[in-house]
Design a protein around this ligand. Structure first.
Ligand SMILES: *[C@@H]1O[C@H](CO)[C@@H](O)[C@H](O)[C@H]1NC(C)=O
Ligand SMILES: *[C@@H]1O[C@H](CO)[C@@H](O)[C@H](O)[C@H]1NC(C)=O
Ligand SMILES: *[C@@H]1O[C@H](CO)[C@@H](O)[C@H](O)[C@H]1NC(C)=O
Ligand SMILES: *[C@@H]1O[C@H](CO)[C@@H](O)[C@H](O)[C@H]1NC(C)=O
Ligand SMILES: *[C@@H]1O[C@H](CO)[C@@H](O)[C@H](O)[C@H]1NC(C)=O
Ligand SMILES: *[C@@H]1O[C@H](CO)[C@@H](O)[C@H](O)[C@H]1NC(C)=O
Ligand SMILES: *[C@@H]1O[C@H](CO)[C@@H](O)[C@H](O)[C@H]1NC(C)=O
Ligand SMILES: *[C@@H]1O[C@H](CO)[C@@H](O)[C@H](O)[C@H]1NC(C)=O
Ligand SMILES: *[C@@H]1O[C@H](CO)[C@@H](O)[C@H](O)[C@H]1NC(C)=O
Ligand SMILES: *[C@@H]1O[C@H](CO)[C@@H](O)[C@H](O)[C@H]1NC(C)=O
Ligand SMILES: *[C@@H]1O[C@H](CO)[C@@H](O)[C@H](O)[C@H]1NC(C)=O
Length: 441
């Protein structure tokens, strides 16, 4: 705990060092704005797309993948210090990243549940220590700007003590483990990073992991070759870009199964404004600095409101988790309200992975709407963000009890579809505005 606070302190000192020592930088600061595409794992645009699956199969698969991450986390009873929980590397969204000089393109998983940026590199420890991928391994020898980070560098100490060792030639070696037992080990390095962005902006000296012993759960199609961490911890893309992007990013996730890409924006482009915008305080807990915590005061279902039992930083907002997870008593109260105020009848054994499904007669059924009451921000969700039709007459909730999650609640990506969601890490707030993300550029 003590060393962690020191770590965070040294990080902020690093972040603000420029403006502290060169006063006019603050005044003339030019912010960088850019937008990149996020491709859903199961979208027709994705390298993972399986055209033989129906949209209902795809939905079920994504939901099951989400559950699998959780059950894996539950089964490993000892969490690593940093990546405490929960969605590991098998996130739902992919993006393109360009590394080195000249730049080479790689597909990576974009994950708000972790921090490190890494790709597989060519010096694999042995024949079995890298997973197979379609593109060549990233070869540091081919990049004129690649520089290993030394053990004594301040940047090396942004890793937890148990995540780093000092290798040959004084190179900072990292070891990074995810909650789903995926891991990457290799050398910490800096190089240019850019994206398939509207602005074509390049970020020199970005810190990333050059992995030479990697095992991941997303290896099945050989397309994704690493991860871009978007968490709040010091080595994430968001934290590294820091002042340059005004500590702001936002995303707008398209409807499930849409053929459009979702957008991830940084800098001034990320700012959302207008009448529909509501904001709630964001807190980062120093014992789990990766996660974005909000406070959910209660949920209205139709005409009734259920209060949260705990009333402080009680829910993590995450783009990489599919469902929304709530404490079991709140979940049960919701189920009661849904069955009382609609014509659905609870089924005994809801099909996996759902926690509640109800059957109904006829071709349609009226269901109560959900409003999530974050402190200062009431977010009314479209019906499709909370319910899904599984068979013609079976309606299931996109909510699950967080049994086994150490009491952690999560606001997942289905609940966030068709909202612009802005994270302001300097203003310490998250803002929401309803949108049609298919049409937002
Ligand atoms: C790769 O890391 C795993 C997990 O720590 C370890 O068991 C294995 O020996 C490593 N492989 C090599 C070649 O170092
Ligand atoms: C690795 O694979 C190559 C080619 O398949 C083989 O020649 C070599 O002996 C293997 N090395 C080890 C350490 O298994
Ligand atoms: C490295 O560069 C050489 C020469 O430009 C090229 O032929 C080779 O494919 C590159 N290797 C990788 C792994 O990118
Ligand atoms: C990269 O260069 C280093 C030293 O110059 C050499 O030892 C290594 O084999 C090279 N790696 C590849 C993949 O060519
Ligand atoms: C840490 O990384 C940043 C960004 O690459 C760089 O500006 C800075 O010089 C590095 N610090 C050290 C001590 O290497
Ligand atoms: C993915 O990794 C697992 C575990 O290492 C391995 O069993 C499996 O064969 C790999 N799949 C592919 C397609 O490489
Ligand atoms: C997406 O595109 C595929 C083929 O490109 C098409 O068959 C499918 O209907 C489209 N789906 C949507 C939701 O537009
Ligand atoms: C931070 O997390 C720890 C461990 O989960 C918890 O005990 C503590 O109360 C949290 N701090 C705040 C300010 O929420
Ligand atoms: C909510 O209350 C209004 C007025 O009392 C009533 O007409 C409506 O049916 C109720 N809605 C639900 C979902 O219970
Ligand atoms: C939660 O805390 C806020 C701010 O202190 C307060 O306004 C609100 O009434 C509390 N809600 C509950 C359900 O206790
Ligand atoms: C969003 O806009 C697209 C195209 O303009 C339209 O097809 C789609 O139905 C809209 N989606 C929602 C949720 O309104």
């Amino acid at each position: 705990m003590h060393s962690l606070l020191l770590l965070l302190f040294s990080f902020s000192a690093h972040l603000y060092s420029l403006s502290n020592f060169i006063p006019f930088v603050e005044a003339t600061k030019t912010q960088t704005s850019f937008t990149i595409d996020l491709i859903h794992h199961d979208s027709p645009l994705s390298p993972f797309y399986d055209s033989s699956m129906t949209s209902s199969d795809i939905f079920k698969k994504a939901a099951l993948r989400s559950i699998a991450r959780y059950s894996l986390s539950e089964s490993s009873n000892q969490f690593p210090e940093s990546i405490v929980f929960p969605n590991g590397a098998a996130g739902d969204y992919l993006t393109k990243i360009y590394i080195g000089t000249p730049p080479v393109e790689r597909i990576a998983v974009a994950d708000t549940g972790s921090d490190l940026i890494w790709v597989q590199c060519s010096q694999c420890d042995d024949n079995s220590s890298c997973f197979s991928q379609d593109s060549p391994l990233f070869d540091p020898n081919n990049s004129s700007t690649y520089t290993p980070i030394s053990c004594t560098s301040e940047n090396c100490t942004l890793l937890y003590q148990n995540q780093r060792t000092c290798g040959t030639s004084n190179v900072c070696e990292y070891s990074y483990r995810y909650a789903d037992d995926s891991y990457t080990k290799g050398e910490l390095a800096s190089d240019s990073i850019s994206f398939d962005s509207t602005s074509g902006v390049t970020f020199p000296n970005s810190i990333f992991g050059c992995g030479h012993n990697n095992t991941v759960t997303f290896n099945s199609t050989k397309k994704a070759t690493g991860v871009v961490g978007l968490g709040a911890g010091p080595l994430s893309l968001v934290s590294q870009l820091g002042d340059q992007i005004g500590h702001k990013f936002s995303y707008c996730l398209v409807s499930f199964g849409s053929n459009s890409t979702s957008k991830l924006k940084f800098g001034d482009d990320a700012i959302i404004s207008g009448n529909g915008v509501v904001s709630t305080p964001l807190t980062i807990n120093s014992s789990t600095p990766t996660y974005y915590n909000l406070n959910l005061e209660g949920i209205t279902v139709g005409n009734n409101t259920i209060q949260s039992t705990q009333n402080s930083s009680n829910i993590i907002i995450d783009s990489g988790t599919t469902f929304t997870y709530l404490d079991p008593s709140m979940f049960n109260d919701i189920v009661t309200l849904v069955t009382e105020s609609s014509a659905v009848e609870a089924v005994q054994d809801p099909p996996k992975p759902y926690g509640f499904c109800g059957s109904f007669q006829g071709s349609s059924v009226n269901v109560p709407e959900f409003v999530f009451h974050f402190t200062g921000a009431d977010v009314a969700l479209p019906t499709e963000n909370m319910y899904t039709l599984v068979d013609n007459n079976l309606l299931c909730l996109l909510l699950l009890p967080n049994t086994g999650l150490n009491g952690l609640s999560l606001f997942g990506n289905l609940a966030q579809m068709n909202f612009q969601v802005e994270y302001d890490l300097q203003g310490n707030k998250v803002s929401f505005a309803p949108a049609n993300c298919t049409n937002s550029n």
